[in-house]
Design a protein around this ligand. Structure first.
Ligand code: PBG
Ligand code: ZN
Length: 332
């Protein structure tokens, strides 16, 4: 097909044609909204580096979740900011922990909203690491039981799905096991399978107060230079019982999403992380980019790469944008 017989511009000349040949479409069904739960009443602490996002006490969290649900967003991902931190992350698996309380309230008030809980220890440990620390080492196997207990306590509180983000080896099997033993065989696991050691998590760590107090997460999160290893991580998690696998971050790792889509037939989630969000918001605020268009283009690219669902701080804005775009009018 060569010019002048073939003219690609023929099918670009108006929006109707463009709509008809569009290969990738975003839908509100694709979005999962991350939310931050904190103790107290009527708390709504703005997160400075994440415009439009807040640490929310349960009452306000329910309000925000309801607004999202009413826009058609099917699911939220819950993160907790606990009152107490200790070396064993006890408030991560306490029955009255913040995520557990928020989950129960959400399921009571908005039963059809899917509540996914982030399973990790870093917000709950005083050293800020995702596992148990011995000296300078993060002990993998000693962490597994605590992660499993955390997932179980979330399921008991009513979580529809649990999402381990710790990157300890073997945690998916351990969590699947404890859930099955306790009559939660219907609770799926969304595994943060290919989670990279990324500087894009900066704003989140500030929001969740979860930055490591010493060292970094390089001994458990993946090296940004690797992609074959991502296949191994994903394959391993599937064998251990993961139902949905996640790639995180999204935008700097679109090649990983694409590659996994080619090789794996499970649903893929992509996490459009805090730093990706913050950069867009900052540039928009400076007047340097059209924030709304960059948002939609970014989300479309993640979907085009092969993601089935996107965890994104843009969920509410993008849902509003999609619904305003779908108001077509008939002329004449
Ligand atoms: C903690 C966790 C992190 C994120 C989700 N869960 C940060 C980290 O690993 O340090 C990042 C999310 C984001 O940046 O939006 N295990
Ligand atoms: Zn963690």
């Amino acid at each position: 097909m060569l010019f002048p017989e073939y003219r690609p511009r023929r099918l670009r000349q108006n929006e109707a044609f463009r709509r008809m040949i569009r290969e990738t479409t975003l839908s509100v069904d694709d979005f999962i909204l991350p939310l931050f739960a904190i103790d107290g009443k009527k708390v709504k602490n703005p997160i400075k580096s994440m415009t439009g996002h807040y640490q929310l006490s349960v009452d306000n969290l329910v309000k925000t979740a309801r607004e999202a649900f009413n826009l058609g967003i099917p699911a939220v991902m819950l993160f907790g900011i606990p009152d107490n931190k200790d070396p064993l992350a006890t408030s991560a698996y306490a029955n009255d922990g913040i995520v557990q309380k928020a989950t129960t309230a959400l399921k009571k008030k908005i039963p059809d909203l899917v509540v996914i809980t982030d399973v990790c220890l870093c917000q709950y440990t005083n050293h800020g690491h995702c596992g148990i620390v011995e000296g300078q080492i993060i002990n993998n196997d000693a962490t597994l039981d605590l992660l499993a207990r955390t997932a179980l306590s979330h399921a008991k509180a009513g979580a529809d799905m649990v999402a381990p983000s710790d990157m300890m080896d073997g945690r998916v099997a351990e969590i699947r096991n404890i859930l099955d033993e306790n009559d939660f065989s219907n609770v799926p696991i969304m595994s943060y399978a290919a989670k990279y050691c990324s500087a894009y998590y900066g704003p989140f760590r500030h929001a969740a107060d979860s930055a490591p107090k010493f060292g970094d997460r390089r001994t458990y999160q993946m090296d940004p230079a690797n992609s074959l290893e991502a296949i191994r991580e994903v394959t391993m998690d599937i064998e251990e019982g993961a139902d949905i696998i996640m790639v995180k971050p999204a935008l700097p790792y679109l090649d990983i999403i694409y590659r996994i889509r080619e090789e794996i037939d499970l649903p893929i989630a992509a996490y459009n992380v805090s730093g990706e969000y913050a950069m867009v918001k900052a540039a928009e605020k400076m007047g340097w980019i059209d924030g709304k268009r960059v948002m939609m283009e970014t989300l479309t690219s993640i979907k085009r790469a092969g993601a089935d669902m996107i965890l994104t701080y843009f969920a509410v804005d993008a849902a509003k944008e999609l619904s305003s775009r779908s108001q077509f009018t008939v002329n004449g």
